[in-house]
Design a protein around this ligand. Structure first.
Ligand code: ASP
Length: 350
């Protein structure tokens, strides 16, 4: 059996960084791709590897423009939606993206909306310690990611530590642990132990054709509430901003199931009323790590629903941000309607 071909796109992050003196004190981007492959010789046994590195940055520097460039690269170079003579995905069985861990879940979520119904696996991975460091998690993560990229999982995934997660359900939950990513509201798509096991019944099986939708509206703002936050600061800011710079949506991270202060000077309600009058959508999500919004439960939430506030339900924060950016750039439907639809497995249908 010929080995399947996997395209690895190295975009940066700790995995490929230099570690002078073998201490974690000062890491810096490094771009010796041959060394990368040489340090993980099993990659060439798992698949026929093609490695490219369009850029090499710390993922805290990644912007929506980079997501768009990456989506275009995956779609075009990765031949998404194209078949070979035998009806298999053309050229590559799957794509692996080496990415910094800090914003990997944002990139994974954005890709899930821009590359809908992919016809092959798109796997993001990285590491907490550089590949060249002792005890690094990079080698195992990379090997697992490439193995996943040879399987018939047609999803954007994060493969990290012992987990195989749906990308748009994943979040970086630990700054230091080798099990850095979790999927708080969706069971993992698989596990990595002595075997690499996919739970096939959890994997999406889209019947629709692959769609490349790279447009994004960047002008969204997030407000994480805390007791004592004075909403007038934000309202004044919005009032004094000219239309070009004005936000196109506000995402509020409320308390619990989506509650907000509604009494006295610190009521958030006038801010929401003001935004809604200006036709700026407001999306409510929760600052809790697990669970889902339920605005109809309490009086404050019911007032928000009356104002047309949109519920993010059980989506991760990363998915809420990127879905909002994506949906605003696709005005053929309103934001509320986009949030009613599960586009890439990002939310549970209730
Ligand atoms: N700062 C790094 C990045 O996100 C962290 C990592 O890759 O683990 O690029």
């Amino acid at each position: 059996m010929p080995r399947k071909k996997v395209l690895i796109i190295h975009t940066g992050g700790t995995l490929g960084m230099k570690m002078p003196g073998h201490t974690r004190a000062e890491l810096a981007p490094n771009i010796e791709l041959d060394r990368l492959i040489n340090r993980v010789p099993e990659l060439e046994e798992i698949a026929d590897i093609e490695l490219i590195s369009p850029w090499n940055i710390d993922s805290s520097q990644v912007s929506p423009n980079d997501w768009q460039a990456l989506a275009k690269l995956i779609s075009e170079k990765g031949c998404l939606g194209q078949k070979d003579d035998r009806g298999n995905p053309k050229t590559y069985a799957g794509i692996v993206i080496i990415h910094g861990t800090d914003t990997m879940a944002y990139t994974a979520s954005a890709l899930a909306f821009m590359l809908q119904n992919p016809d092959r696996p798109i796997v993001l991975t990285g590491s907490q310690r550089p590949l060249e460091a002792w005890r690094s998690d990079a080698r195992a993560n990379l090997a697992a990611a490439v193995e996943c990229a040879t399987m018939d999982v047609k999803e954007v995934m994060v493969v990290f530590g012992d987990s195989i997660l749906r990308g748009c359900r994943s979040t970086k939950a630990d700054a230091n642990s080798y099990s850095a990513f979790l999927s708080p509201e969706a069971s993992p798509l698989g596990e990595i132990g002595t075997d690499l096991e996919i739970v096939w019944r959890r994997v999406r099986n889209p019947t629709m054709e692959f769609g490349f939708y790279p447009k994004l509206e960047h002008r969204v703002l997030n407000l994480t509430l805390f007791p004592g936050f004075n909403p007038k600061i934000l309202k004044q800011n919005v009032e004094n901003t000219d239309d070009k710079e004005l936000i196109r949506a506000l995402i509020i991270r409320g308390f619990g199931v989506g509650n907000i202060p509604l009494q006295g000077d610190l009521s958030i309600f006038p801010l929401i009323e003001y935004l809604r009058k200006k036709h700026i959508p407001v999306i409510m999500t929760s600052q809790c790590f697990r669970g889902h919004t339920e605005l109809a439960l309490y009086p404050s939430g019911r007032q928000l629903l009356d104002q047309g506030v949109i519920e993010a339900r059980d989506m991760t924060f990363e998915s809420v941000i990127t879905k909002t950016m994506w949906a605003l750039a696709h005005p053929e439907m309103g934001l509320q309607e986009w949030f009613n639809i599960d586009l890439a497995g990002e939310m549970t249908s209730y």
